[in-house]
Ligand binder design. Sequence first.
Ligand SMILES: NC(=O)CCC(=O)C(=O)O
Length: 265
Amino acid sequence: MRVEENKGINLVKAQSMIKKASELGADIIVLPEMFNCPYDIRYFKEYSEEEKNSRTLKIISSLAIQLKKYIVAGSIPENANGKIYNTSYVFDRKGQIIAKHRKIHLFDIDIKNGAKFKESDVLSRGDKFTVFDTEYCKIGLQICYDIRFPELSRIMVDKGAKIIITPAAFNMTTGPAHWKDLFKVRALDNQVYTIGCSGALNDELSYDSYGHSLIVDPWGDIVDTLEFEEGIIVGQIDLNKIKNIRIELPLLKHRRKDLYNIFEK
Ligand SMILES: NC(=O)CCC(=O)C(=O)O
C-alpha cells in the first residue's frame, strides 16, 4: 500500500485493500511496516497509539471478525508507558490479538550518497521473538531490518515457523541492492516461505519506500512480486513443498550442532 501523510486516509485505504485481498481469496492478509504513518521519525510520536485505546487496532480487529481472516497488521508506532515501539499486531478470525512483535533491530544507517535513517532517535527496541500458531502451521514475524539478522530467522524456524512474515519499508538505496536476495536467502537457508510486505513508493514523502512486496518459496523461487506501485499479491503456501524439500535436501538436519549453535539468551 502507498502510505500517505494523513492517518485517516491510510486507515481507509488499508481497510479497502484488506477487503480486496479477502475477495481475491487471501486467508492470511499482511500490511506493510508503518502502514498508518509516514516512515519518518518526525511522525512516529504524533501518530503513536496505545494498544488499549488504539483507533487503528480497533478497525483491523473489526475487519478480521467481519471477514473471518487472519490479519498481520503491518506495523504501527505503539506508545507504551511513554516509549514508542515499531510494533506489528496479528489478529485471528475472531479479532483477537494473537501475537505482537516489537521490532528488535532498530534501523540506524548512514550510507554515503544514499539512505540515512535513525530509528533509535525516537523508537525503543523490542526484546522478544515472535512465532504464532494457526490451524495451518506456525508463523514467524519480524519487521524490516530484522531480516538482516539471520540468527533471528533461524531461532523462529527452530521454534517451528514454516512461514516468516516481514512487514517492511526498504528504500531506494538498499532495496535494489539487497531486498530480493535477503528474502530468497532466508527462505532457502531455512527451507520456509518468506513473505515481505512493503509500502509502495510515494515521491511526496521524505522516505522513498522501495515497494516490491513478494512471496518466496522454500526453494528460493519467487512465487509472486509487485514492483514500486501499490498492489496486492495472493499466493498459495504449499506445506508439502517444505516437507519434501526438507527430506530431499536435509539442511536443518545436517547442521553440526556439536560444533555450533544458535540459542536464545
Ligand atoms: N524500515 C527498515 O527497517 C528499513 C530496512 C532497510 O531498508 C534495510 O536496508 O535493511
